[in-house]
Design a protein around this ligand. Structure first.
Ligand code: HEM
Length: 231
C-alpha cells in the first residue's frame, strides 16, 4: 500500500488480462442474447465459456503471479471500510494490485458468474422449473448491476489516484516502485487459455458440441406443441 513510484512496472500477467477481457465480452454477449430464441445456442455457448473462464480464474488465483493470487486481495470487511473512508480523505490509500473495494466487487462478480452459469444450465435443461428460470434471471441481473458498479468504481479510482486502471488491464503496466513489479508475463498459460476458448468455439461451429445445445427451450417446446396440436 505504498504511494505509487514513478517507474513503469508490470503488474497484471497476460492470463489475468485475457481472462478479464474474455469474461467481459462473454458476459456482454450472453446478456445481449439472453432473451432471443434465435440466438439461444450462442447464449448457451457463451454461458459455458464464462463458466470455463471462471474455473480457470479460480485455479489462477492460486498459481498465478503475485497480484493475480487471491491471497493478495483477500481483504477483511474492516479493510474495505477503511479504504472506503480513506476515499473521502485527501490521501486515499493506494494499492498496486486490487484495492479492497475492487476486490470485494471481483469476488462477487465471480460468485454471480458461477451462480448465473449453473442456474442457466439447469433452467435450460428444464431442471428446477419456473424457480430456476427466475433464479437465473435474478443472478444475471445482479451480475449486470455489479458489472456496472465495478466499471463505475474503476473510473472513480482512476480519477482519484490519477492512474488509468483500464489501460493497465490492457497493457499490464502501472507506475510503481521497481521492487513491486512481477517478473513474468506467463505467456504460455495465456496462449493455452485462449486456445482452449478458441478450440471450444471451433468445435461448436463444426457441430461437435451439439449435445451441449440440444435441450429445447421451454418456449420453443410450447410453440412446437401448439403447432402439433394445430395439425
Ligand atoms: C468496459 C468495461 C470494463 C472495464 C474498463 C474494466 C476494467 C477493469 C479493471 C481496470 C480491473 C482491475 C481493477 C484493479 O485495478 O483493481 C478489472 C478487474 C476485473 N473485472 Fe473488469 N472491467 C470491465 C468490465 C468487466 C465486466 C463486464 C466484468 C464481468 C462480467 C468484469 C470483471 C472483472 C473481474 C472479475 C476483475 C478481476 C480481474 C482479475 O483479477 O482476474 N469487468 N476490470
Amino acid at each position: 500500500m505504498k504511494a505509487p513510484g514513478n517507474t513503469r512496472i508490470l503488474v497484471w500477467d497476460l492470463p489475468t488480462r485475457w481472462f478479464h477481457w474474455l469474461l467481459a465480452a462473454s458476459f456482454a454477449g450472453a446478456w445481449l442474447t439472453g432473451d432471443s430464441e434465435r440466438f439461444r445456442d450462442i447464449h448457451v455457448i457463451l454461458g459455458y465459456t464464462m463458466l470455463g473462464l471462471i474455473a480457470f480464474r479460480l485455479l489462477w488465483g492460486f498459481i498465478g503471479t503475485r497480484y493475480a493470487r487471491f491471497a493478495d486481495f483477500a481483504y477483511s470487511p474492516a479493510s474495505v471500510m477503511r479504504y472506503a473512508k480513506s476515499l473521502l480523505s485527501r490521501q486515499p490509500e493506494h494499492y498496486i494490485g486490487h484495492n479492497p473495494a475492487g476486490a470485494a466487487a471481483i469476488f462477487l462478480l465471480l460468485a454471480l458468474g458461477i451462480a448465473s452459469g449453473i442456474s442457466g444450465w439447469l433452467a435450460y435443461n428444464e431442471i428446477g422449473g419456473d424457480w430456476m428460470e427466475a433464479g437465473h434471471a435474478l443472478f444475471s441481473d445482479l451480475m449486470l448491476l455489479m458489472a456496472g458498479l465495478h466499471i463505475a468504481g474503476v473510473i472513480a479510482a482512476s480519477v482519484l489516484h490519477r492512474e488509468n486502471l483500464a489501460r493497465a488491464m490492457v497493457t499490464g503496466y502501472k507506475q510503481g516502485e521497481p521492487d513491486a513489479a512481477i517478473t513474468r508475463k506467463r505467456g504460455l498459460a495465456a496462449i493455452l487459455l485462449v486456445a482452449a476458448v478458441a478450440g471450444f468455439w471451433g468445435l461448436w461451429f463444426n457441430g461437435r458440441l451439439d449435445f451441449l445445445v440440444s435441450a429445447q427451450p421451454a418456449g420453443q417446446q410450447e410453440e412446437n406443441g401448439e403447432r402439433a396440436d394445430d395439425d
